[in-house]
Design a protein. Structure first.
Lengths: 157, 114
């Protein structure tokens, strides 16, 4: 099993004040209204303790039978400004990643810029177990060569 | 934006810009090979092959292992691509959650926000 460290960010400008965005994270009722799976899933475990040192868990079974388990611990909470948490992600019981997630809320004239920075350790052995999809290695080479030669690579999916 | 440490994709692309190294990678697509097996069809010396291998290893494309007197090389690319795919998926997951957050905020907006 190999570990790869990677960082990504997501930025969104939300049409609401930082206080309202923060409130959407602050209670189970508010968070459940948006932090959810898009399809019908069965909730196996749901814990929510929004305070520094508190834990959140969202363990669910999808229609395909796959289970996902989000297990987080809150490390820093500043009302209307930021939330820092560390979360583990499991698929079918395999740990896929351990991530440090920093959410910053910046007021911009009545709106809020949400900055999601995620620094993760991705455990590829777990990815293999989960995705179970075997692409031919030649396919990857074709793509890399396409990029080098200035042709359009097939998107990663 | 994705940032890979310590092996950025740039390094991989650079390593593959050489036709000799590309031929070696193409050979490794078929399965692991020893250094001399890699060198055999190529119009270059064994030491040149070793140098090229070093570049491919540094780019994270190839790994090699010495068993007794034989060094066996294999592709490492699969792990890299899978990580990339997984991160793209993770990003999609959060983007989806934020779409739902936006919808929730719109639904619950107080009158004066409209």
């Amino acid at each position: 099993m190999t570990v790869t460290n990677a960082t990504f960010t997501i930025e969104r400008v939300l049409n609401a004040s930082p206080a309202r965005v923060f409130a959407a994270y602050g209670s189970l009722e508010a968070k459940s209204a948006w932090f959810r799976a898009p399809t019908d899933i069965e909730t196996l475990n749901r814990d929510f303790d929004f305070r520094v040192g508190g834990r959140e868990r969202f363990h669910a079974r999808w229609p395909s039978g796959m289970t996902t388990d989000f297990q987080a611990t809150y490390h820093d909470i500043v009302a209307n400004e930021r939330i820092i948490l560390v979360y583990d992600m499991f698929h079918n019981g395999d740990k896929l990643s351990v991530s440090l997630l920093t959410l910053e809320l910046r007021g911009e004239g009545g709106r809020t810029r949400l900055i999601h920075t995620e620094q993760g350790s991705y455990l590829t052995g777990g990815v293999e177990a989960v995705q179970g999809r075997e692409h031919g290695t030649t396919w990857h080479i074709d793509n890399l060569v396409a990029v080098i030669e200035g042709r359009e690579p097939r998107a990663f999916s | 934006m994705l940032q890979y440490q310590p092996k950025p994709l740039d390094l991989a692309f650079q390593a593959l810009s050489d036709p000799g190294r590309r031929a070696m990678v193409e050979r490794l697509c078929l399965g692991p090979a020893s250094v001399s097996e890699l060198a055999k069809p190529l119009p270059m010396t064994l030491s040149a092959v070793v140098q090229h291998l070093k570049v491919l290893e540094e780019a994270g494309l190839v790994k090699s292992q010495k068993l007794g007197r034989v060094r066996t090389c294999s592709l490492e690319l699969k792990a890299m691509r899978q990580v990339e795919g997984w991160i793209a998926e993770r990003k999609r997951f959060w983007e989806q959650q934020y779409d739902q957050l936006e919808a929730y905020l719109a639904q619950t907006a107080p009158e004066e926000d409209q």
